[in-house]
Design a protein around this ligand. Structure first.
Ligand code: NAD
Length: 500
């Protein structure tokens, strides 16, 4: 094993020496797109091409779905003993941990997140998730319903069949694991379509799953673009369910595709515009620290980033100053390979331009740039945006309503608790929220009144595999994480026997 680099140059040398696999993983083998097409993968770190990836389309998706269906119908995984499923998935998790250097490096090259976070969070959380579901393999029971003495009514849960998992680029490994873990432990086969911006670490999972003993065809990974590869997967008549994470706009298309094809199930984890409600009695230092980390971690490219701060007018100015100070002291922007950096590159040039456009829109609408606001580190050729605060916004502004998905927090003042609740819920989204107050009565009132899948009190972004995660309203439906996530990959079957 090579020593882990400690410098930017060391990581760059390691990256240059990587043998990167960009082909699809179908039926247990890496294969080029059937028509030979590929696309160049640019790293947001420096704007340079560092890999070529199979540009898959309908024929490749069909090939992957057929492999997944054949594996499912053969029963090789579906009917495997729970202990065997557990052993294979535990080995898979262990192999992810053993290969952390290569996986973390690919994740950083692909999406620009700082490598220290890829090591501390993305790769271990991916492995932990696979392990969590592995350990549930022999702990899931079916039911016997309470019916008359001459009947036995068993309610059995059965896997759905072929699951299409379509995932975004912000936490490529973690979100893929949130789908793969529960879908596989339930006995399904999976076709994973990573985002075009982030295919490489996911593709490596194929090799590790095979090495762990997962039978060929049970996990297939097909890279490509949304319209060209994602759409045929979602329209495929032999896919039983689409587990989607991504934007609300594309999430709605999944429902259309399901209706246009075979009425496949759909589970959607979509966007957010999650509010912090900061009451006048809040611990402002604690709130500022959590707000800064909640919006600047991962460049703000987090579905539940606390991107909207609803601040009581009496503490707003002090809070804004403290958020900026926390960012400067704790969350420096820097090259993703630098050990000190906590905020790296935005995923691609288009996204950087979008974030900068939103800052300009906010200013035009009347908000004030209180911190940051510009492109940074342009000399690297990469795509970096300064951590930004837009103060004095109104909740009806576009920057307070639309998901920016970058390191930009919007601050909106309020005067009364009732107004705070109204503003918090005045959004199409309902993924997460936080309430900051020392008054437990107010905390209970607010957590009940705010419509969101997770509401934190005096903290932010605390999470665990043991708690369900997902949204209300147009943030989607269905939940990832926790044992509840398994249910959506299964169907109930009633088996009724009468006897005398
Ligand atoms: P996106 O919706 O553009 O893409 C998501 C995935 O869908 C990608 O794999 C993409 O290739 C695919 N896709 C795009 N168009 C498609 C089409 N017509 N048919 C089929 N597939 C298609 O989202 P993104 O830009 O990759 O990710 C950012 C979004 O993801 C944000 O809105 C963010 O909030 C959301 N997100 C949500 C959660 C959550 O758990 N709720 C987690 C992470 C990200």
């Amino acid at each position: 094993m090579l020593d882990r680099p400690t410098t930017r140059e060391g990581w760059a040398a390691r990256a240059a020496a990587l043998a990167i696999e960009g082909r699809a993983f179908i039926g247990g083998a890496y294969v080029a797109a059937l028509d030979g097409a590929s696309f160049a993968k640019v790293s947001p770190i420096d704007g340079k091409v560092f890999a070529h990836v199979a540009d898959c389309g309908e024929a490749d998706i069909d090939r992957a779905v057929k492999a997944a269906r054949a594996a499912f119908d053969s029963g090789v995984w579906r009917d495997a003993d729970p202990q065997r499923k557990k052993a294979v998935l535990l080995r898979f998790a262990a192999l992810i941990r053993e290969n952390i250097d290569e996986i973390a490096l690919l994740e950083t090259l692909d999406v620009g997140k700082v490598i220290s976070n890829a090591f501390a969070v993305d790769v271990p959380f991916c492995a932990d998730c696979i392990q969590y579901y592995a350990e549930l393999a022999d702990k899931l029971y079916d039911e016997v319903a309470p019916v008359g003495v001459h009947d036995v009514a068993m309610v059995r849960k059965e896997p759905l069949g072929v699951i299409g998992a379509i995932v975004p680029w912000n936490y490529p490994l973690i979100i893929a694991a949130w789908k793969i873990g529960p879908a596989l432990v339930a006995g399904n086969s999976v076709v994973l379509k990573p985002a075009e911006q982030s295919p490489l670490a996911s593709l490596l999972l194929g090799r590790l799953a095979k090495q762990a003993g997962l039978p060929d065809g049970v996990l297939n990974i097909v890279p490509g673009f949304g319209e060209k590869a994602g759409k045929p997967l979602a329209l495929h008549p032999d896919v039983d369910m689409i587990a989607f994470t991504g934007s609300t706009e594309v999430g709605k298309l999944m429902m259309v595709y399901a209706g246009q094809s075979n009425m496949k199930r759909v589970a959607l984890e979509c966007g957010g515009k999650s509010p912090h409600v900061v009451m006048p009695d809040a611990d402002l230092d604690a709130a500022a620290e959590a707000i800064a980390w909640g919006i600047y971690y991962n460049q703000g490219e987090t579905c539940h980033a606390g991107s909207r701060v609803l601040a009581h007018e009496s503490i707003r100015a002090a809070l804004v100053e403290k958020i900026a100070a926390v960012q400067q002291a704790q969350i420096p922007l820097g090259h993703p390979f630098d050990a000190a950096a906590q905020l790296g590159a935005v995923v691609e040039e288009k996204q950087m331009r979008r974030v900068l456009d939103y800052i300009a829109i906010g200013v035009k609408e009347g908000a004030r740039v209180a911190h940051g606001g510009k492109r940074a580190m342009a000399e690297t050729g990469g795509f970096y945006v300064e951590p930004t605060i837009l103060d004095g916004a109104r909740n009806d502004m576009r920057v307070a309503q639309e998901e920016i998905f970058g390191p930009v927090v919007v601050v909106v003042p309020f005067e009364t608790e009732a107004e705070a609740v109204r503003l918090a819920n005045d959004t199409i989204y309902g993924l997460a929220a936080a309430v900051w107050t020392r008054d437990m009565n107010a905390a209970h009132r607010l957590t009940r009144a705010i419509r969101a899948g997770t509401v934190w009190v005096n903290t932010y972004d605390r999470s665990s595999l043991t708690t369900p995660f997902g949204g209300f309203k147009q943030s989607g439906f269905g939940r990832d994480r926790s044992p509840h996530a398994i249910d959506k990959y299964m169907d109930f079957k009633t088996i009724w026997t009468s006897y005398r």
